[in-house]
Design a protein around this ligand. Structure first.
Ligand SMILES: Cc1ncc(COP(=O)(O)O)c(C=O)c1O
Length: 321
């Protein structure tokens, strides 16, 4: 997977992420994370890594000069730099080459969560990362019927990880889920192609709608991540987010949709929509969410494999109801 030497599978994406971070923090309990991150990973940092004594360096890849600032702050004791791009749910695109050069300066491994892009659209190991993690529950599985996670990297590291956290923490992928995952991955390139096409149509529709405050999709030429995404990704993926300004309107529109199911997962054949303030990022305070750009009217969409014209019609109806 990911053009890496070896992959270890886990029982879920969080099983994979927690195992590799615990493994790396054992030797060097100092890890750098971007502020834009999946809520579960952030909760793991706050509720497990920090109480266990790990020193966290937060950085904001949306700020000018973030990479130089990061290199200045990190010490040779840094256990890892971890990042997710595009990020969940604000769709920030992080320049992986810049991140990898910051990691190399301090000799720390760069771990990239490639769940949103998948190896079809983005190859972090080729761009300088050392380790790639996935929530296989999402696009790799692709059918919304399994839980799984993966960690890919050098064989020596994966062997140690498998022997230590892989077996001791017990988050092992079940045989049935392994079978489902192998079945799902057979159609990954075809599915990603359709997800990208659908998301582009939905993003273009939303960005032209007067009732929509903002749209976040790296495929849109005016998106702040467009330039970097065009150089490091082969397509812009199936995920996007948008804001309707206020909480009540966001909840009304989400529940008024017929083709989009309300669910926190993503990468399924069916289109899914969720309200991060009350679902995937509910562990954060309202102020923390606002600093990330998650306002109360913010919705995240996973564009499925339906006819994109039907999805646009459904959104149009719900927005105008
Ligand atoms: C980017 C990202 N990484 C990791 C995870 C965690 O994966 P899992 O739900 O398989 O534990 C998620 C879940 O939504 C995610 O969006």
């Amino acid at each position: 997977l990911e053009e890496g030497e070896k992959t270890r599978s886990f029982a879920s994406g969080m099983g994979a992420i927690s195992a590799i971070l615990i493994h790396l923090a054992k030797k060097h309990p100092e890890i750098a994370f971007p502020k834009v991150l999946y809520g579960g990973t952030r909760a793991f940092i706050e509720q497990y890594l920090i109480p266990s004594g790990c020193l966290i360096h937060w950085f904001d890849p949306r700020e000018e000069g973030w990479d130089e600032e990061l290199s200045r702050r990190l010490s040779p004791d840094t256990g890892a730099i971890f990042a997710e791009t595009p990020s969940n749910p604000v769709m920030t695109v992080i320049d992986l080459e810049k991140l990898s050069s910051a990691a190399k300066k301090v000799g720390a491994p760069l771990v990239v969560d490639n769940t949103f892009a998948t190896p079809i659209l983005q190859k972090p190991l080729v761009l300088g990362a050392d380790i790639v993690v996935h929530s296989a529950t999402k696009y790799l599985g692709g059918h919304g019927d399994l839980l799984g996670g993966t960690v890919t990297g050098k064989a020596s590291l994966i062997d140690r990880l498998s022997f230590e956290e892989g077996s001791y923490l017990g988050a092992t992928l079940s045989p049935f889920n392994a079978w489902l995952l192998l079945r799902g991955m057979k159609t990954l390139p075809l599915r990603m192609d359709a997800h990208c096409r659908g998301a582009m149509m939905v993003a273009e529709f939303l960005s032209g709608h007067p009732g929509v405050k903002s749209v976040h999709y790296p495929g849109l030429s005016k998106d702040p991540g467009h330039k970097i995404a065009s150089s490091q990704m082969k397509g812009f993926g199936g995920m996007l987010s948008f804001s309707l300004g206020d909480d009540q309107r966001a909840r009304r529109v989400a529940s008024g949709l017929e083709l989009f199911k309300i669910a926190v997962s993503l990468g399924d054949p069916e289109s899914l929509i969720e309200h991060p303030a009350s679902l995937s990022h509910r562990q954060m305070t309202a102020e923390e969410r606002m600093t990330l750009g998650i306002d109360p009217g913010f919705l995240r969409v996973s564009v499925g494999l339906e006819d994109p014209e039907d999805l646009v019609m459904d959104l149009k109806r719900a927005l105008e109801r």
